[in-house]
Structure formats: structure tokens, C-alpha cells
Write a protein that binds this ligand. Structure first.
Ligand SMILES: [Zn+2]
Length: 248
């Protein structure tokens, strides 16, 4: 699966999980989205040209090269249940060091912004970096090491499901070599994959819209909420009016 498809799947799952949380806050949703999407790209660190390996230039490329060597190549150790657990544990440990956590969150936020916001809406590189810096710092400040690790592991598991849907499959039970696949999407980068990724992005917009409503309206009923969230602009308008009224 391509990086953008993994990010769309990760974002849809995280926002979907967020919808069933009893009392979401803007900080918990945004930080979950950033770390969940970052985690959903992480297993491809074993491949030199992948989205996640390229995010930080030569520094992440070097980490990617070393990960690929250690993991035994692309779609090996990092694409397994054990790999997801190791990534989650490593993230939890690194989250105890502020600089490391901050850098990882910034890289994850940059990946999230690039994957979910079309280039034409991002204005400029500086605007993209500024948005990523804001979202990344919020994620680093609001997540405990335990939650950080859990979200990374969840993102990795979502990645495995995405790759299992392609013809190559993944060695889910590594070190057992057998690859597991349900290749409904055919080969990576297939037309089918792009159509599904587009549908997932539509789902992300819809879930994001419903989430925005939940954050604005404290007393709601789920069916009424779903019925009233057809138009994203409507959500944005209600959020804006509530924010303006709150600051009066
Ligand atoms: Zn992969």
C-alpha cells in the first residue's frame, strides 16, 4: 500500500475510534490523529524510498536504512505483530525524553498534514511546517508516554491490515516466514487501491465533521448528530460562531 493510502486508513480508524469515546477533547482528537497517522506509516521505515523514510531528509533516511538492515528487508520484521509491539514500546520509552518525543511528533504531524491536506490548500512550505509544528507540539504536550506508545502500536496494526489487503501480504507472525494476505486491493499502487484511498479520505472528512460537531455541541443524540452533519461548512460555521460567542 502507498503512504497516502496508509495515512488515510490510519486517520479513518483513529477518528472512528474517537467517535465512540465518551468525552473527547480537541487536544485528545488532534494528538491521537497525529500520532495514529504517524504510527500507520512507521512499518515502512524498512524501505529507503518510503514516505516515512523521506520525511526528515538524510537523518530519517539513515534511520530507515538501519531499520531495513535490522528487519531483514522490506515487509519483514517491521510488518508483524512483534514489530508493532516493538515500535509501540520504543515510542513509549522515547516519550520520556522531551526532545525525542517533540521531534517524533513534529515528523508525524508533517506526515499527517501532507497526507490529509491537498497541496493547493496548504499555501506554502512555511505554512505546512508551521501547522505541523503547532499540531506536533500539542501532541507532545498532551499525550502520556503510555498513550503515545499505544497509539503508535495501533497505527502499526492498521498498517499491517492495509498491507495484508495487497498481493504481497505481511509476515504477521514473524519470525515465522509465512506471509498472510487477503489481496482485495490487488497490487500496491493499483487503481483499486487509489479508489479505496479516495473513499477513505471522504470518510475522514465525514468523521472529522461529526467530531467537530461533538466538540461544539455538548448535549447531542447520535442519530440527530449524524443527520445534521452532511455539510462540512455547516460544522465549521457552528464552531466559528460558538468560538466567537465564547470570547465575547
Ligand atoms: Zn508496509
Amino acid at each position: 500500500m502507498m503512504g497516502r493510502s496508509h495515512a488515510a486508513l490510519g486517520a479513518a480508524v483513529i477518528l472512528g475510534v474517537g467517535l465512540v469515546l465518551p468525552h473527547p477533547t480537541a487536544a485528545s482528537i488532534l494528538s491521537g490523529l497525529v500520532v495514529g497517522v504517524g504510527g500507520s506509516l512507521l512499518p515502512d521505515l524498512d524501505e529507503d524510498g518510503s514516505t516515512v523514510s523521506r520525511v526528515g531528509g538524510p537523518a530519517t533516511r539513515l534511520v530507515g536504512w538501519a531499520t531495513g538492515k535490522l528487519a531483514g528487508g522490506h515487509r519483514h520484521a517491521t510488518h508483524s505483530l512483534l514489530g508493532a509491539a516493538v515500535f509501540g514500546l520504543a515510542a513509549m520509552l522515547l516519550a520520556h525524553f522531551r526532545l525525542a518525543e517533540g521531534l517524533i511528533c513534529f515528523a508525524f504531524a508533517l506526515l499527517t498534514v501532507r497526507a490529509l491536506i491537498p497541496r493547493v490548500l496548504r499555501w506554502s512550505t512555511i505554512a505546512t511546517w508551521a501547522l505541523a509544528a503547532g499540531a506536533g507540539s500539542l501532541a507532545a504536550a498532551s499525550l502520556s508516554p503510555g498513550r503515545f506508545g499505544l497509539l503508535v502500536a495501533l497505527g502499526c496494526l492498521v498498517h499491517l491490515v492495509g498491507d495484508m489487503a495487497t498481493a504481497g501480504g505481511v509476515p504477521l507472525l514473524w519470525p515465522l516466514p509465512r506471509k498472510i494476505a487477503f489481496p482485495v486491493l490487488g497490487h500496491t499502487n493499483s487503481v483499486r487501491e487509489h479508489v479505496v484511498a479516495l473513499g477513505l479520505l471522504g470518510l475522514v472528512v465525514f468523521f472529522g465533521d461529526v467530531t467537530l460537531h461533538r466538540l461544539v455541541i455538548s448535549h447531542y443524540t447520535a442519530p440527530g448528530l449524524l443527520a445534521s452533519t452532511i455539510h462540512p461548512l455547516h460544522s465549521f460555521a457552528s464552531w466559528l460562531s460558538t468560538t466567537v460567542q465564547a470570547h465575547r
